[in-house]
Write a protein that binds this ligand. Structure first.
Ligand SMILES: Cc1cc2nc3c(=O)[nH]c(=O)nc-3n(C[C@H](O)[C@H](O)[C@H](O)COP(=O)(O)O)c2cc1C
Ligand SMILES: O=C(O)C(=O)c1ccccc1
Length: 431
């Protein structure tokens, strides 16, 4: 997989020469617009929306303008490398696909298509706890490709341990523990539509396929007999799940069984009492590296290191959890400083262009996670659409690196950004 960036520059430019338009728009706003127009209203709102007045979402984008790329010239950039190493794996690009729940909202069997696209480009796919297909099926779609599993630690430790066992057995190479979503944020777009995917039985694949989940005490059956959740027929995703594995057919073959599964999920999903004291239990439950996702404060990063965690993901969940919160990018420099290179720091929330990736890497991220942009590629053109999003990022990343006079990601640091506009970079000289 030599040179994924330059390969795609060549593909796009020669395509244009032959009069062909790209498969999906290159312009981020056009990509979003086209994808949202293609998706059903509730799905578009769910993916595009954020918490409250969506001020954290806006702040995420605005923060990229707090930093300006500072180009250098005459530095021989003919030989460039976008390679990055993470937990002993050499990856072709500093990009991962972020954990996104309920990808069937973008496309039927969307998790599998996105996983295949990631694998075909050699990127790590992060499977969500709330995926629309069981984590084993997604792992199979990854083939030999690297994959991580994102954990929502439910109120059942036995369920957490079962997820860990399954993730290890399915060849996942790291665990991402998401900490900013112990409860879903206040998201008016969804509230006004009365839409939450799991209330319709969506995004529960890992739960309903889990022996521990299925053995949890039954929810209030009297309530379940009157489906209170608007479920009159089996959701398509669950029809598929009924065939996986054998016992599933029995477990979920009726709307009533689905309602019970939904109620069971609601009973276990939330874990607001989670504290630092619980982390050793996760450490004991898996031999895989553990990354904490949703870290914004440098003190929390330090505590993560004290707790022996293996990585940090600076993120505000794409502005979906807290309204009026800090921009994730603005907290990257202080967190990276606190971590001081002891473990990898990754970043997401607001990455829309290759130049954005350059800024995040210059501010201390080892790699970044793509979120909504790949969902939009998926909605428009399935696996090929996700692949195209990845390749467009690679192409722009590579071009920008060249134009700023750098040959490799290891040459990116604070000196790649204009110090005058970066208060936290006091005292740094231009390298
Ligand atoms: C529709 C949607 C579903 C998501 N589901 C999850 C999830 O299941 N687990 C998780 O850790 N993060 C989830 N996230 C957050 C992403 O992993 C990532 O932090 C976020 O999308 C980054 O923001 P951006 O897409 O604006 O760049 C979700 C985000 C979206 C948009
Ligand atoms: O919507 C989200 O951001 C998210 O993380 C989630 C949580 C539960 C179910 C589906 C998605």
């Amino acid at each position: 997989m030599a040179d994924p960036g330059r390969q795609n520059q060549a593909r796009i430019f020669t395509g244009g020469f032959a009069g062909r338009r790209p498969l999906i728009p290159c312009a981020p706003e056009a990509l979003e617009r086209a994808a949202l127009a293609r998706m059903r209203g509730h799905a578009a709102a769910y993916v595009a929306g954020g918490a409250g007045l969506e001020r954290s979402m806006a702040a995420n984008r605005a923060a990229f303008d707090h930093y300006r790329i500072l180009q250098r010239v005459l530095r021989d950039v003919s030989d460039r490398r976008l390679l990055v190493e993470l937990f002993g794996r050499r990856l072709p690009l500093p990009l991962l696909l972020a954990p996104i729940g309920v990808l069937e909202m973008a496309q039927r069997r969307g998790d599998l298509a996105a996983a295949r696209a990631a694998a075909s480009e050699g990127l790590t796919f992060v499977t969500s706890s709330q995926s629309s297909a069981p984590l084993e099926e997604i792992a199979a779609a990854c083939g030999e490709g690297p994959r991580w599993f994102q954990l929502y630690w439910s109120s059942s430790d036995a369920l957490m341990r079962s997820f860990m066992r399954r993730a290890e057995a399915a060849g996942y190479e790291a665990i991402v523990l998401t900490l900013d979503t112990t409860q879903l944020g206040w998201r008016p777009r969804d509230l006004d539509r009365g839409y939450l995917p799991f209330l319709r039985g969506r995004g529960l694949a890992n739960y309903v396929s889990d022996p521990v989940f299925r053995g949890l005490p039954p929810p209030n059956l009297a309530a379940a007999e009157r489906p209170p959740l608007g479920l009159r027929s089996l959701p398509a995703g669950l029809e598929l799940l009924c065939n996986w594995p054998g016992g599933m057919r029995q477990a979920l073959a009726s709307p009533r069984a689905v309602v019970q599964a939904v109620q069971r999920f609601i009973a276990v999903y939330s874990r607001p009492d989670l504290t630092w004291e619980h982390l050793p239990a996760l450490r004991r439950a898996t031999r895989l590296p553990i990354l904490l996702k949703g870290i914004l404060h440098p003190d929390d990063a330090r505590r993560a290191l004290d707790a022996g965690m293996d990585g940090i993901i600076v993120s505000n969940h794409g502005g979906r959890q807290v309204d009026g919160g800090v921009a994730a990018l603005d907290m990257l420099p202080p967190v990276a400083e606190a971590v001081a290179g002891r473990v990898p720091v990754l970043f997401d929330s607001g990455i829309r262009t290759g130049a954005d990736v350059i800024k995040a890497l210059s501010l201390g991220a080892r790699a970044v996670l793509l979120g909504r942009p790949y969902v939009y590629g998926l909605a428009l053109a399935g696996e090929a659409g996700v692949r195209q999003v990845i390749r467009n990022f690679a192409a722009e990343l590579d071009l920008t690196l060249a134009l700023m006079g750098r040959r490799g990601l290891d040459e990116l640091d604070a000196s790649a950004l204009a110090p005058a506009l970066v208060p936290s970079l006091r005292g740094q000289s231009c390298g």
